[in-house]
Design a binder for this molecule. Structure first.
Ligand code: URA
Length: 232
């Protein structure tokens, strides 16, 4: 693939801007400045640098973000900045979008991708991709609440009960819930339906992938989709 086309595919601007970056000497590969926009490179395992920052080539991009509180998952946020503002410009330009949504006050694992097929695989209720949430509750968690969450509760927008795949106490005011659907405010509404209240909510895992402890709030890392499915 031509170098300028590589940059374009990875979100480094318009075709003309990408040619300009190469001619300007902003791009290097394996320590060599590459200033010919038409030079051909294999993209498999390719790592290139733009203005000194390394970028691994990804035909489709998937990243994991540690979403901080007070960021919105919407592309058009209303009251707080968008999580998109935490990504570097090339990832925004190439069209990454959040896979599902976390509430503005929810923290934890958020995936973003430009791969439409993957978005469908991860969000389709039929695919049953488990998501693990850690809730801090206003009132103590008891066995009756846990049993009701596991067997199913009715939410106000659907007469069919929704059940957690798993619901465990984590301390007196803590609850770990695994859900395979992603309805609006689902954890908060399920917990309210059993007579408690969520004061804080954090998503710790999606499928087989756990939020890495070293990924601080606001940070992101590249993710191989296989990590979501590994050894389940
Ligand atoms: N359930 C909620 O209530 N809020 C979230 O952000 C995610 C799941």
């Amino acid at each position: 693939m031509r170098l300028s086309a590589i940059l374009f595919s990875q979100g480094f601007g318009t075709r003309r801007e990408c040619v300009g970056r190469v001619l300007d000497g902003q791009v290097s590969i394996a320590g060599r400045v590459c200033d010919d926009p038409d030079e051909d490179f294999g993209t498999d395992g390719l790592v290139f640098s733009v203005e000194g920052r390394e970028w691994p080539f990804h035909e489709k991009a998937l990243v994991a973000m540690h979403k901080p509180a007070h960021y919105e998952c919407s592309m058009k946020p209303r009251h707080h900045p968008s999580v998109m503002s935490l990504l570097p410009a090339p990832l925004r330009t190439r069209g990454l979008q959040p896979v599902g949504r976390l509430d503005e006050d929810t923290t934890g694992l958020l995936l973003l991708t430009d791969d439409g097929t993957l978005i469908h695989r991860l969000t389709s209720p039929k695919k049953h991709m488990p998501k693990v949430y850690e809730a801090t509750t206003r009132h103590p968690v008891d066995e009756r609440q846990l049993t009701a969450l596991r067997t199913g509760v009715v939410l106000d927008d659907d007469p069919a009960p929704v059940a957690a795949l798993e619901a465990l106490a984590a301390g007196e005011h803590g609850l770990r819930m695994t859900l395979t659907e992603g309805r609006y405010h689902q954890v908060k509404r399920m917990v309210a339906a059993v007579g408690n209240r969520v004061d804080a909510l954090h998503r710790s895992a999606i499928g087989a992938y756990r939020l890495p402890p070293e990924l601080a709030p606001g940070q992101w890392c590249w993710l191989d989709p296989a990590a979501l499915y590994a050894s389940r």
